[in-house]
Design a binder for this molecule. Structure first.
Ligand code: ADP
Length: 604
């Protein structure tokens, strides 16, 4: 789909050019004009002209001599030499001593050049800019009014637009949106029966899962114009401007109907109005205008609004009621099959070798979003070019997963041997505790090459498959696994390092969730102590209980993590020899695969 845009150069660009011309004129051209009449000659010519008594007027300056011929028809210039009798000889040759042979530019001329000319240039630019602006706005308006224009990006129909086939996975979302496409193709079928299309559809999901792509694909499939604008673009400095932008957007859309209007990051304007004093007036007015516009048009006029957000819980309920954004399409992180399809879609754009096993890559990239997968494929292609190959291999893709998720390998990071050993024990500690609890390979691979993200090691977990429920025991085991790294340090070295900060955070979060949200504590039964406020962006929570309860929760969280930590230490003590063997293997080779790990663990 082609975006229609009028190329615009900033005002500064024109003023920059004017300034440049002026400087060129004053510092380069002007001195040259003055110099043009002066002819430079060597000192010998000057001396012979004295002897031949051809000098008219002469002026001796600090570093040069200016003189004219007898007829005063030409001005000459020559360098100054150490010639003590020069004045005498000049006098004898009948030359007249003068000052200011080259007359300074007349005051009138210099006034014209330094004041009138710049003014004329700036005036000219002003005129030109005004004309251009008028043309852009279709005439009539002044610059001020342009602020209320929507300046949405408009994409026109084109045969190479994005189609549903470009969006891999996300079958449910596509199925949901196919109805819209159908409607745009054949509205009559729907009108006949009296059905009206939803006016607004909200695409919700974590970042990078293809929400924008899906919206474009709907327009591409339906072959209708696509207006795209981000929520934050509506919010202006002046109250009322955003509302005016919304009005303008809908006016344009109605003219082009049937069409799709896409508002990205709608939470920027659609946030709950909380009625606090000193609230954001501009945002609220914009939202009100959006609500009014959505009410103002009939469901059947062919304007369909798609909006994307990753914070659906923060949206104003008025926006979500039937008749506005009444349909919600979840666009979730892709599952194994989805990841494989996304990898394949993007791999079509690059050259890949025969050996590439997309299922394996998809399995390794567990939890990656569509955007990350696209990035992984691109990184693999870049790596292939860097190594001088003409196509990307399996190894390129595997390495790029680690690059995208954990950052580049730090080639010159200096880990002391002791640190490397600690990291080995730490990582094996996690894996060993996990393996002993589940009796299966817990990891695909562990490497202890430092990454640019700051991670000293990298553990690729085994894909857990589509797993929707977790038992209490499973969560407890997970907490024990998180504590396994620190436990290994304690068991082996008797002291602890800062390396476990992330584990501590994750273990605490899980333990907290068990107690406050999953009802897994005997004391609180099925009472929610916390609510999730931010499902798609990290899952932040807010407490919903009294201060006494909070203290109790904290106690229980500590108790829970502590008991799992002790369990992990016990597991490692019971398997001390395996722990040493595995950690040494990792220390020597810097990488251990899941199979090697299980091989060593199960050997007697
Ligand atoms: P969002 O709007 O959800 O943040 P985008 O639609 O902008 O995400 O996706 C960003 C990029 O990620 C796309 O340009 C595309 O290359 C890739 N991508 C994301 N999801 C998919 C998918 N399901 N299929 C193919 N590519 C995808």
């Amino acid at each position: 789909m082609n975006e229609v845009k009028t190329p615009k150069k900033p005002i500064l660009f024109y003023y920059g050019i004017a300034l440049l011309v002026l400087m060129l004129f004053n510092f380069w051209l002007m001195p040259r004009i003055v110099q043009m009449q002066v002819k430079e000659v060597d000192y010998g010519t000057f001396m012979s002209m004295i002897e031949e008594e051809k000098i008219g007027r002469v002026e001796i300056q600090n570093n040069k001599i200016i003189f004219t011929d007898k007829e005063d028809s030409m001005i000459y210039k020559t360098g100054l030499m150490n010639d003590p009798e020069l004045t005498m000889r000049l006098y004898q040759s009948g030359a007249k001593f003068a000052s200011e042979i080259i007359e300074p530019t007349s005051p009138l001329l210099s006034f014209l050049l330094s004041w009138i000319l710049p003014l004329l240039i700036f005036f000219g630019i002003g005129q030109y800019m005004t004309k251009r602006m008028m043309k852009n706005m279709g005439g009539g308006n002044s610059m001020m009014f342009n602020m209320g224009k929507s300046n949405a990006k408009v994409y026109v129909k084109s045969s190479d637009g994005i189609k549903f086939s470009d969006v891999a996975g996300e079958d449910e979302a596509k199925e949901n949106l196919t109805e819209i496409v159908e409607y745009l193709h054949n509205p009559g079928k729907y009108k006949e029966i009296g059905a009206s299309m939803p006016k607004g559809i909200l695409l919700v999901g974590p970042p990078g899962t293809g929400k924008t792509m899906l919206a474009k694909a709907v327009a591409g499939e339906a072959n209708v114009p696509f207006f795209s604008m981000s929520g934050s673009e509506f919010v202006e400095m002046f109250v009322g401007m955003g509302a005016s932008k919304v009005r303008d957007l809908f006016k344009q859309a109605k003219e082009k109907a049937p069409c799709i209007v896409f508002i990205d990051e709608i939470d920027a304007i659609g946030k709950k109005r909380d009625g606090q004093v000193g609230g954001n007036d501009e945002r609220e007015q914009t939202l009100n205008q959006l609500l009014t516009e959505m009410d103002g048009f009939e469901g059947n006029n062919g304007v369909i609004i798609l909006a994307a957000t990753n914070r659906p819980e923060s949206l104003d309920p008025a926006l979500l009621r039937p008749g506005r954004f009444d349909r919600r399409v979840p666009v979730e992180l892709p599952d194994l099959k989805g990841r494989e399809e996304i990898l394949k879609v993007h791999a079509k754009k690059i050259k890949v070798g025969q050996d590439v096993d997309f299922t394996k890559i998809a399995r390794m990239a567990s939890g990656a979003s569509g955007a990350e997968l696209a990035n992984i494929v691109n990184e693999a292609a870049l790596r292939a070019v860097r190594d001088g190959r003409s196509y990307a291999t399996q190894a390129d893709l595997e390495e790029s997963i680690e690059v995208v998720i954990a950052g580049y390998q730090k080639k010159n990071a200096i880990l002391t041997d002791k640190e490397k050993l600690i990291v080995s024990y730490h990582e094996i500690g996690h894996a060993l505790v996990a393996a002993k609890q589940t009796h299966s390979a817990p990891v695909q691979k562990i490497t202890i090459v430092p990454r640019t993200s700051g991670a000293l090691g990298y553990t690729m977990q085994v894909e857990e498959g589509n797993h929707y429920l977790m038992t209490k025991e499973e969560i407890e085991n997970k907490i024990a696994t998180f504590t396994g790294g620190r436990a290994a340090e304690e068991v082996v070295f008797g002291s602890v390092t800062t390396g476990a900060s992330n584990d501590i955070e994750q273990a605490t979060r899980l333990a907290r969730a068990m107690i406050t949200r999953y009802g897994m504590s005997d004391d609180f039964d099925m009472v929610a102590m916390e609510t999730v406020s931010n499902q798609y962006l990290g899952g932040d929570t807010s407490l919903a209980c009294s201060a006494q309860m909070q203290a109790k929760i904290d106690e229980q969280v500590i108790e829970l993590v502590k008991s799992q930590h002790e369990k992990a230490v016990q597991i490692l003590l019971d398997n001390r020899s395996k722990l040493d063997e595995l950690a040494n293997f990792l220390y020597e080779r810097e990488t251990i695969t899941g199979e090697e790990f299980m091989g060593i663990l199960e050997s007697s």
